[in-house]
Design a protein around this ligand. Sequence first.
Ligand SMILES: [Fe+2]
Length: 213
Amino acid sequence: MASAGTSDLAQKSVSDALRATVRRELQPELDEIGSETLRDQVVEAWAVAIAHTSFTCIGDLRASGMWHSDRLIRGTQADHLRGVAAIALQIAAVLKRQFPELPVDRDILVAGALCHDVGKPYEYDPEKRAQRKAQPSRAGWPLFRHPPYGMHVCLTVGLPDEVAQIALGHSYEGEVLARSPECTIVHYADKSYWQTLRISGLMIDDYTDEVGA
Ligand SMILES: [Fe+2]
């Protein structure tokens, strides 16, 4: 019989303690979202994503989340998310000053920036990777990449399509889509974050994992 797989996100209970942890990890940028409903959905997305893995909080993930790439000299995935959200807000603010008609929704932008990597706990969960790699003929290998899985998480918790599109399109999957203005900003904020830190010598390549792809 097939396992519950990845479609059981709505079934597993999420504790209020985990929600509170996630809320704390995403501040202060989370509070830049004006809509309380949207703030709660962002928290729910990350809480659900974490609850279905062996991680206990966003801070358990390396900044990149990856098992096979450089790591930051300090910080975690929570710092990365908050950094991308802060950069995205600055890009939008500068462009809005010059072009007030810029069609960027601030709430969608921040929610999308905070959720753009919400699929990473699944893709980089060492337990899921080990299980899947032990039986690659069952569901293929490697695991789903974090952009499509992140879209799945976003839609499961009721986040708007606009935020789910940012999760799906922020990385190279977005090269074959028409990115929204908010997704375009998050894409470049994410790229700026990594490429600037890497070229500045703030990334260290010292990680190995036998369960790597
Ligand atoms: Fe990212």
